[in-house]
Design a protein around this ligand. Structure first.
Ligand code: SF4
Length: 372
C-alpha cells in the first residue's frame, strides 16, 4: 500500500464520520444514500434516509411502490428526477437482475440515474471495487495535491484526478469476498474493504479538512506531505481549484395564486414532463400580473374571486434558472367551488398527500401560518 494510502486510511480509522448508511452498507443502502446526497447536505439527508427505509426497506418494495409514495418521501429534497430514476432502476434490478443490485461500476452505470460517480461509489463501498469515485470534493483535493491550475470542470481534469487517485488506491482486499447472498435485497455487507474506505476517507477529508471556500485545515491533513500547493505556496491553498465563473441563470417571473374556498386551497398537478414533472403546485401564471391582470387570469380559469390581495414574494433558484414569484390570496365563493378546475384540498391533505416542491415553500409556509 502506498504511503499516501496508509496515512489516509489511518486518519480515516480515527476520524471517520459515523453515518447511518456506513453502519450497514448493503448495496441498497449505499445506492440510496448516494442518490440522496447528490446536491443535498449530509445532515439534511439523515432524516429522509431513515424515513425512506422505514417505508421502502428494499429494492423490491421500492420497485413496487406507488410513484406518489416515492415523491412524498422525497418531498423537500428537490431534484425529483432522482427518485423517479431510483424507482425505474429498482424495477430494472427486479426484472433483469433477479433482485440483486449489479456489483460492478460498468453494470451499475447502465441503470437509470446512476452516473460514473455514483456507480464508482456504490461499486467501491458496497462491493469493494478498486475505483475512485470522482466528485467535486475529490476534484478539489486533487487540484490542491497536484497543483492543477486548469479548470476542474472539464473531462480532462476528471480523467487526471481519476488516474491520480487510482494510482494511490490500495489493492482490493484478498479477504474481501465479493460473493453476495442471493437474498434479493442487496446482498452482503462490506467489512474489510480498503477501496471503499479509501473513497470514504477522501469524502471525509473534503468535508472536514480540505474544505471548499474557507481555509483548509492543512495542519490536520494526513496527506499534507504529498500536497504540492501546501508545500510550494503555503497560505495560498484556497487559490485552487480553479473554477470558471458560472453562466448567468435565466430569470422567470411567476404569479402564484393561493385560491381559497372555505378551508380548502387549490393545488394542481404539473405536467408529466419538464421541470418538477408530475409534482403538485399552487396554480400560477407566467409574469408578474397586476390586480386587473390577475382577476382576468382567474376568470379565464373559471375562478370567480370575491376578494384578492397581495401576499408574500419569494425566489427559488434551480441549477439552471431562477424563479421570482409574487403571490395573491384569492378568496372565492364556496358555492361556486364546483366550477374551479383545480384540486381543492384541505391543509392536512396538502401536507400528507400532495407533494409540493420546495420552490413553493414560501407559499406552503404562508398557508400554514394562516391557521395559527
Ligand atoms: S495539505 Fe491542505 S490543501 Fe493540501 S490536501 Fe491537505 S488540507 Fe488540502
Amino acid at each position: 500500500m502506498s504511503d499516501f494510502s496508509n496515512r489516509l486510511l489511518d486518519w480515516y480509522h480515527n476520524n471517520r464520520r459515523i453515518l447511518p448508511w456506513r453502519e450497514d452498507p448493503t448495496p441498497y443502502h449505499v445506492w440510496l444514500s448516494e442518490i440522496m446526497l447528490q446536491q443535498t447536505r449530509v445532515e439534511a439527508v439523515k432524516g429522509y434516509y431513515a424515513r425512506f427505509l422505514d417505508t421502502l426497506p428494499d429494492v423490491d418494495a421500492l420497485a413496487q411502490a406507488q410513484e406518489d409514495t416515492c415523491l412524498k418521501l422525497w418531498e423537500g429534497l428537490g431534484y425529483y428526477s432522482r427518485v423517479r430514476n431510483l424507482q425505474k432502476a429498482a424495477q430494472e434490478v427486479m426484472e433483469h437482475w433477479g433482485g440483486e443490485i449489479p456489483g460492478t461500476s460498468d453494470e451499475l452505470k447502465k441503470l437509470p440515474g446512476i452516473g460514473p460517480y455514483t456507480a464508482a461509489a456504490i461499486a467501491a463501498i458496497a462491493f469493494g471495487e478498486r475505483i475512485p469515485a470522482i466528485d467535486g470534493n475529490l476534484l478539489r483535493i486533487y487540484a490542491r495535491l497536484e497543483r492543477y491550475e486548469e479548470s476542474i470542470r472539464t473531462p480532462a481534469a476528471q480523467k487526471k484526478a481519476a488516474q491520480y487517485f487510482a494510482e494511490q488506491m490500495p489493492e482490493r482486499s484478498a479477504a474481501w469476498n465479493p460473493v453476495r447472498e442471493n437474498n434479493g435485497k442487496g446482498g452482503t455487507i462490506a467489512k474489510d474493504n480498503p477501496c471503499g474506505n479509501f473513497n470514504q476517507a477522501l469524502m471525509d477529508l473534503g468535508n472536514a479538512v480540505c474544505l471548499p471556500g474557507s481555509a483548509p485545515a492543512c495542519g490536520q491533513c494526513p496527506v499534507a506531505d504529498f500536497c504540492r500547493i501546501h508545500k510550494e505556496c503555503p497560505g495560498k491553498e484556497t487559490s485552487l481549484p480553479f473554477i470558471p465563473a458560472p453562466k448567468e441563470k435565466k430569470t422567470e417571473l411567476l404569479t402564484v395564486f393561493m385560491i381559497r374556498s372555505g378551508d380548502r386551497t387549490a393545488v394542481r398537478k404539473r405536467p408529466a414532463r419538464g421541470l418538477l414533472a408530475g409534482l403538485y403546485e399552487f396554480p400560477n401564471a407566467a409574469g408578474h400580473l397586476d390586480d386587473k391582470e390577475a382577476v382576468a387570469w382567474l376568470r379565464k380559469n373559471h375562478v370567480e374571486p370575491v376578494r384578492i390581495k397581495k401576499i408574500v414574494d419569494a425566489e427559488h433558484v434551480f441549477s439552471h434558472k431562477k424563479w421570482i414569484m409574487q403571490g395573491y390570496e384569492v378568496i372565492t365563493d364556496p358555492f361556486a367551488e364546483q366550477s374551479i378546475p383545480f384540486i381543492m384540498a384541505g391543509e392536512e391533505e396538502i401536507v400528507s398527500l400532495y407533494c409540493i416542491p420546495s420552490a413553493f415553500s414560501a407559499y406552503s409556509d404562508w398557508l400554514i401560518a394562516q391557521k395559527q
